[in-house]
Design a protein around this ligand. Structure first.
Ligand SMILES: *[C@@H]1O[C@H](CO)[C@@H](O)[C@H](O)[C@H]1NC(C)=O
Ligand SMILES: *[C@@H]1O[C@H](CO)[C@@H](O)[C@H](O)[C@H]1NC(C)=O
Ligand SMILES: *[C@@H]1O[C@H](CO)[C@@H](O)[C@H](O)[C@H]1NC(C)=O
Length: 266
């Protein structure tokens, strides 16, 4: 009997901020609870009157040209920001504009960045960069971004990963390079040496002709994906240090020889 009033009280406290939010929705956006949808509304600026308790913001596919440093000030709960398809380039986002302390997920897909912007906010966990014309990951690209766990770099023009580019990503769990232009020699053998939590690594649809040297990949890896490359031979012991691998994919490739691992079987 004592439970009922307590539960009711909790419900009231949870619902009140949401109703307040709905009343404060900036036009022409739509608001549902703490999610605000401003995507594809034609707006040319980030609305200055976004509700303070917003947690998720979709603001992609708009002709927004510039994001000022003050754009998100005071939005202390904003955790998910989808800025896809705005034709942004390096100068489109003022330095510090995305320094939203609570931001964990950032979607910058379908933009025009040619480098990973140095203005990435701190504390990100997940970042999407699909469809940006980025050719090179620089040694400094992810400096100070040790919190990133999921890094999606698909469908870019990537053909070079500088040494040490991934060294800061000590918490990375998944890195995906599908549909890029990586060839043998686009990255060195020490590229993933610091990623001790890496579980999934994907090279789907690149132009690799040989299996990269995996001897410095971390034993944390569970899954390696080489689908759609030009690898012809899987050499004996190509993965000898990767004792935890449970999934490896090579389909739509050109494999015609898998060398025997004599020492293991004799
Ligand atoms: C805005 O984005 C959300 C989430 O991706 C999507 O469900 C919705 O259809 C989009 N709205 C418009 C008008 O494109
Ligand atoms: C990384 O953080 C340090 C300390 O806060 C700072 O001095 C340095 O400029 C940062 N480097 C980059 C590339 O942001
Ligand atoms: C390898 O797999 C085992 C069993 O799943 C797991 O306990 C161990 O932590 C894994 N090792 C690494 C380095 O991730």
């Amino acid at each position: 009997m004592m439970m009922l009033p307590g539960s009711l009280l909790v419900i009231v406290f949870i619902l009140v901020p949401d109703f307040v939010l709905l009343h404060n929705c900036p036009s022409p956006c739509k608001c549902i609870y703490t999610t605000v949808y401003c995507n594809m509304t034609g707006i040319t600026n980030v609305p200055s009157d976004l509700p303070k308790n917003i947690e998720t913001l979709y603001i992609g596919n708009n002709p927004i040209k510039f994001v000022a440093k003050s754009a998100f000030v005071g939005l202390i709960k904003l955790a998910w920001l989808d800025f896809s398809g705005n034709n942004f380039k390096e100068s489109s986002i003022e330095k510090g504009a995305l320094d939203i302390p609570s931001l964990r997920v950032l979607d910058l897909t379908h933009n025009s960045f040619i480098t990973i912007p140095q203005e990435l906010p701190p504390n990100l966990i997940r970042i999407y960069f699909y469809y940006n014309p980025i050719t090179t990951l620089k040694a400094t690209s992810f400096v100070n971004h040790s919190t990133i766990q999921f890094l999606y770099l698909d469908n870019m023009q990537l053909n070079k990963i500088e040494d040490h580019a991934f060294d800061p990503l000590v918490n990375a769990v998944e890195i995906d390079f599908a549909f890029n232009k990586l060839v043998d020699g686009s990255f060195g053998p020490m590229t993933f040496v610091k990623n001790q939590k890496l579980i999934n690594l994907g090279f789907r649809f690149n132009n690799l002709k040989t299996i990269p040297d995996t001897s410095h990949f971390q034993v944390s890896l569970y899954s390696l994906d080489f689908v759609g490359n030009k690898i012809k031979v899987i050499p004996a012991y190509a993965f000898r240090t990767l004792t935890n691998i449970t999934s490896m994919a090579f389909w739509q490739g050109e494999i015609n020889d898998i060398e025997k691992m004599h020492l293991w079987f004799e």
